[in-house]
Write a protein that binds this ligand. Structure first.
Ligand SMILES: Cc1cc2nc3c(=O)[nH]c(=O)nc-3n(C[C@H](O)[C@H](O)[C@H](O)COP(=O)(O)OP(=O)(O)OC[C@H]3O[C@@H](n4cnc5c(N)ncnc54)[C@H](O)[C@@H]3O)c2cc1C
Length: 393
């Protein structure tokens, strides 16, 4: 294989495929290479905040996303020690945006929708089972090697996930820390709603903390809990029944569909641009998933990148736009997304001090019962969106 394109995207995850789609819609020739033989379907992101829906609409895929996912407005906190439920709803934003709802949809399905739409663009191609293994840059472009041959592009966008090979090939530090706990994401059939649960719930407890989210109308739910990362990973499955005994609200039998353990990090690449290579999504930054800020940040990276990169490729716009993109996207992650995700994790999973837990719950009750405070809280993820770098973008 020896092929030339304008932009080579490494990684066919949701960020890579949506970036490719955004570029293709601007008329940029784009090739995606993916190490796997198909879209990776491990249980990860599932909730799309209302703030990303407008951009999915602009990309022409929101109707498909809504058709395949669950659209909903309800949320709850549950205090495990007392059984108290604190409900709230995104309805409170209905006067301000037509997108006052969430969509629940597995991230592999979002990626599959992006792939279908990408297939409608003549200048776009996806190469499966094609792992980037080496990279060299010169003044005009980048040559990426894989066991299948070489690809040449003017620009590379690395969307190859938290363990990014491209980031390592650039010797780019991934600065930050790794949490001692392990998260376990489970997909389980269980009727949480008959026990008063909303379709997205934060269960507050320093031992049995969990995020519990409805996946589909078959009553498949995602239950993500944490455990001591020093326990052996091979026996995660054997401990699930014990966790479920404590955190499922009733005695009815459940059916476990799948489970997956994860290490969690708060990390960002030292720079998101190295000459002609740009890092986006988890390749650029990784966070624990509490509050769903990981893919949200990656989607906002992608939405902010496509117009300026297209202008550089097609119109000879200054590549300083890409420096601005890189600096802004890193800053928003490090200063806003990452600290918020750490605080979400503390409140839901890991606050050991009972007085502080009571104060957390008191503050949650206060914010969720005051419509102005609730609106401010629900608008938090707007802060993760970059302002357009081009006037017309
Ligand atoms: C349990 C859990 C729940 C989560 N829930 C949420 C949520 O609700 N909301 C949210 O916003 N975020 C959530 N996240 C975070 C979210 O999953 C990630 O942010 C998201 O996967 C990032 O997407 P990506 O496209 O950047 O990377 P990935 O999805 O990791 O995709 C990277 C792709 O690159 C490919 N690849 C890797 N190396 C190479 C190579 N050398 N050459 C070619 N291809 C390569 C991989 O095979 C993969 O397909 C969650 C994470 C976890 C673990």
């Amino acid at each position: 294989m020896s092929e030339e394109t304008d932009v080579l995207v490494v990684g066919a995850g949701p960020v890579g495929l949506l970036t490719a789609l955004g570029l293709a819609r601007h008329g940029v020739r784009v090739t995606v290479i993916e190490a796997g033989a198909a879209i990776e379907d491990s249980p990860r992101a599932i909730v799309y905040h209302w703030t990303v829906l407008e951009d999915l609409d602009r990309l022409g895929i929101l109707a498909d996303v809504k058709a395949r996912g669950i659209c909903k407005t309800d949320y709850a906190y549950r205090v495990h020690e007392t059984g108290e439920m604190i409900y709230y709803s995104i309805d409170v934003l209905a006067d301000e945006t037509p997108y006052a709802y969430n969509v629940h949809l597995g991230q592999h399905e979002l990626a599959a929708i992006a792939l279908e739409h990408l297939g409608r663009h003549g200048g776009a191609a996806v190469r499966w089972s094609t792992e980037a293994t080496a990279l060299r840059q010169d003044a005009e472009g980048v040559t990426v090697s894989s066991p299948r041959g070489e690809l040449r592009a003017r620009w590379v966008v690395a969307c190859d996930g938290a363990r990014s090979t491209v980031r390592k090939l650039l010797a780019m530090p991934f600065e930050g820390m790794t949490w001692p706990e392990r998260f376990v994401a489970t997909n389980v059939f269980y009727d949480f709603q008959s026990h008063g649960y909303a379709r997205a719930n934060f269960l507050i407890d320093p031992v049995h903390g969990a995020v519990i989210v409805k996946i589909d109308d078959r009553d498949l739910w995602r239950v993500t809990y944490s455990e001591d990362g020093r326990l052996p990973e091979e026996t995660v499955g054997e401990r699930i029944a014990e966790h479920f005994r404590a955190l499922l609200p009733g005695q009815e039998p459940y059916e476990l569909e799948r489970h997956q353990p994860y290490r969690m990090h708060q990390r960002a690449a030292a720079r998101l641009r190295e000459r002609r290579v740009l890092l986006a999504g988890d390749a650029a930054h990784a966070t624990n998933p509490t509050g769903g800020l990981g893919l949200t940040s990656g989607l906002f990276d992608s939405f902010a990148l496509t117009a300026p990169l297209a202008a550089v490729v097609l119109e000879g716009a200054s590549d300083r736009l890409l420096d601005r993109w890189a600096a802004e996207r890193r800053r928003l992650f490090v200063e806003i997304a990452s600290p918020a995700a750490s605080e979400n994790k503390r409140v839901v999973y890991s606050e050991p001090d009972p007085d502080r837990r009571r104060a957390d719950v008191e503050e949650i009750r206060r914010q969720l019962s005051d419509p102005d405070a609730l609106r401010r809280r629900l608008k938090f993820t707007e802060q993760l969106r970059s302002r357009p770098l081009l006037a017309a973008a």
